[in-house]
Write a protein that binds this ligand. Structure first.
Ligand SMILES: O=C(O)c1cc(=O)[nH]c(=O)n1[C@@H]1O[C@H](COP(=O)(O)O)[C@@H](O)[C@H]1O
Length: 249
């Protein structure tokens, strides 16, 4: 039996303008699977800003339970500090949280345990904790410049295996690594892929990219897509075109 996986779009709202972020979340909510909030937004508005966006999405989706938000803060520190950071954001009940997989196994385990313990203690949804492998803005030349001789694809596989050994729920990778990761780690491991560029969008600072259709066909669980949606003059229309491309794939 062929596995049919439906890839969801997480729209990355990267802005420090709270009203603009709330307006975009409201407009995009109905057409996408969820919203991604990252460093630019969270450094400016923190937990209160997060709650405002979550309330906007909840009003739009009229579904029960916490809003589908990927809180992308890419924690990277010693295990004790990362565990504390996870505990600090757990009350927000994000759908997904991430840490850098290169922080190592003990750190990833500490993040996972802190998420599970907080959820249990306060009776909250446990966020899925995933590991960032190799940033999609880096290619093999960039990696060699920072002293890493291993090609991006091999490094992604290595860090994804480490993330699974650490009992994380999945990884952030580029869509170019999905096929290799599915072969190595199977279907029961969350693959979240930024580095998505429709044919009609500028690549910008992303290097390891694929189109939405290619990433969906390869088997991504979530496609994280920012500027192709948010920089479009009609963001909801751009999101709609992308979702249609995925559905057709
Ligand atoms: O963890 C992430 O979300 C992430 C990891 C990665 O390797 N590459 C990457 O682009 N991201 C995030 O995904 C989003 C991509 O945005 P666009 O390049 O505008 O589509 C940004 O918010 C990045 O911070």
């Amino acid at each position: 039996m062929k596995l049919v996986r439906k890839s969801g779009v997480l729209a990355a709202i990267d802005t420090a303008d709270l009203d603009a972020a709330a307006a975009q979340a409201g407009r995009l909510g109905p057409s996408v699977a969820g919203i991604k909030l990252g460093l630019e937004f969270y450094m400016a508005h923190g937990a209160p800003g997060y709650r405002r966006i979550a309330a906007t999405i909840a009003a739009q989706k009229s579904t029960l339970g916490p809003a589908p938000i990927f809180l992308d803060l890419k924690f990277h520190d010693i295990p004790n500090t990362v565990a504390g950071a996870v505990r600090s954001v757990a009350p927000l009940e994000p759908l997904i949280l991430n840490v850098h997989a290169s922080g190592g196994k003990t750190m990833m385990r500490a993040a996972r345990d802190a998420a599970a313990e907080s959820a249990e203690k306060f009776n909250l949804r446990r966020p899925k904790v995933i590991g960032v492998t190799v940033l999609t803005s880096l290619d093999d030349v960039d990696l060699r410049r920072v002293g890493q001789a291993v090609p991006a694809r091999d490094q992604v596989l290595r860090l994804a295996e480490l993330a699974r050994e650490s009992e994380l729920d999945g990884v952030v990778c580029s869509p170019q690594e999905i096929t290799a990761l599915r072969e190595r780690l199977g279907n029961d491991f969350l693959l979240v892929t930024p580095g998505i560029r429709p044919d009609w969008a500028a690549t910008g600072d992303q290097k390891r990219v694929m189109t939405p259709a290619e990433a969906a066909r390869a088997g991504a669980d979530y496609l994280v897509i920012g500027r192709p949606i948010t920089a479009d003059e009609d963001p909801a229309g751009a999101a709609g075109r992308i979702v249609a491309e995925i559905d057709a794939a």
